[in-house]
Design a protein around this ligand. Structure first.
Ligand code: FAD
Length: 370
């Protein structure tokens, strides 16, 4: 049986990665396979695996940097999107194709707490566990109980506990490994109408306080919009893949020497405000036993001399940093993958030269390398 003959599976040869990604960049896949149900997806994925055909599941395309031209890969789209929220016990189940922010909005409407800080993040529910999506002090791992996972090794799907995914900062064993495809997720939220304890400075003056979920969602959306981190087709600052580099985790000695060099170059006030968060060691953040420090990639990029909007619209550059946030690389309308890669390399080399830190890109790369 061919792919096209499978129940609930349709093929299209028109869609390009530029159509599918938030950077609006990228060439043509061999074909796009749309699956209308989990069963259809399992059959299609098994057929592709049996044929040893490379494929990429694409959700909202908000964490992808893809090369131009013809690509030797099949795109799989999970076109099923039910969301079920139980007000009584706080359990939320969402199909992989559900828009993540719809999951958050519905949960908040039901008075369920735990994901309000993850409001406004683009993409689909199925991708959320892949890099343990997080923002404003909240992470998917705080609330994820299990995923309905198609395992490529066995060609079968089953509910897999979150503990089996090795969730860590912007990582799970689904990212970069080709282990499997998430078909649905299950979250355990709280039912008292209050947010998770707030930790992020821009959201609270009293760390640990819990506030009504709807209030927190609105504030998070407002904050994210001010940084160009909510998709808006009319705003090129949001034609991005979100934060382009992860926050580096470094030895405390390196953090000390970076702070000292900023002190010399820019004075005490700036150096004293350098963001440094202890991870590992005595903390329970799951980052491992050794004490290290997480620095802010955005802060380092700015201190390395790359201002918001770099290199500036007046230069005619097709790819620039967002004018609202130094961590987002953006397509000003006509950028190609090469433009994004060149800018990413320049930023990375600049930060390395200034501070000795190698920034790691957060998105998934297809057909291109930094
Ligand atoms: C403006 C903007 C703001 C952002 N803000 C944040 C933020 O605050 N925090 C954060 O963590 N991220 C953020 N991101 C990154 C991105 O939105 C998230 O990583 C999101 O979860 C990606 O979802 P997606 O559906 O778009 O995945 P895609 O980009 O379509 O795919 C990303 C990767 O996940 C894989 N994948 C997708 N779906 C599945 C599935 N069902 N099963 C297995 N693998 C799958 C893909 O194959 C690919 O490797 C932001 C991005 C943008 C553009």
């Amino acid at each position: 049986m061919t792919l096209a003959e499978l129940d609930g599976v349709t093929l299209d040869s028109e869609t390009t990665f530029a159509d599918l990604t938030t950077l609006r960049i990228g060439g043509a896949p061999l074909v796009t396979v749309r699956c209308a149900s989990a069963e259809a997806a399992i059959a299609a994925l098994a057929a592709l695996d049996d044929a040893s055909q490379d494929y990429l599941v694409v959700g909202g395309g908000s964490n992808l940097v893809v090369a131009e031209g013809q690509l030797d890969v099949v795109v799989v789209i999970l076109d099923f999107e039910d969301i079920d929220a139980s007000v009584a016990d706080g359990i939320v189940r969402a199909d992989a194709g559900a828009v993540w922010d719809d999951v958050v909005a519905l949960s908040v409407e039901c008075g369920l707490g735990g994901i309000e800080c993850l409001s406004g993040i683009p993409g689909n529910a199925g991708a959320v566990p892949v890099q343990n999506v997080g923002a404003y002090g909240a992470e998917t791992s705080d609330v994820l109980t299990q995923v309905y996972l198609y395992e490529r090794a066995t060609r079968t799907a089953s509910w897999v506990p979150a503990a089996d995914l090795e969730l860590a900062y912007r990582y799970s064993n689904l990212k970069f490994t080709g282990r499997g495809v998430v078909l649905a997720i299950e979250l355990q939220l709280t039912t008292d109408g209050l947010s998770k304890p707030l930790r992020f400075g821009q959201l609270t003056q009293n760390p640990g306080e819990r506030r009504p979920v709807a209030e927190v969602r609105e504030e998070v959306l407002k904050l994210r919009r001010s940084k160009g981190m909510v998709l808006d087709p009319g705003d090129h600052d949001t034609w991005s893949a979100g934060s382009f580099f992860t926050n580096p985790i470094v030895e405390p000695q390196l953090a000390d020497s970076i702070q000292a060099s900023v002190r010399t170059a820019r004075g005490d006030e700036d150096a004293d405000r350098m963001p440094r968060h202890v991870v590992g060691g005595t903390t329970t953040s799951g980052e491992g036993g050794e004490r290290k420090e997480k620095l802010s990639a955005a802060w380092l990029i700015e201190r390395a001399g790359f201002a918001k909007g770099y290199p500036g619209a007046e230069t005619g550059a097709k790819a620039t940093l967002s004018t609202k946030h130094t961590l987002a690389l953006t397509n000003r309308g006509e950028a190609t993958a090469d433009d994004i890669v060149a800018l990413a390399r320049e930023i990375r080399a600049g930060v390395k030269k200034a501070f000795g830190v190698t920034l790691e890109p957060e998105p998934i790369w297809l057909g291109v390398e930094i």
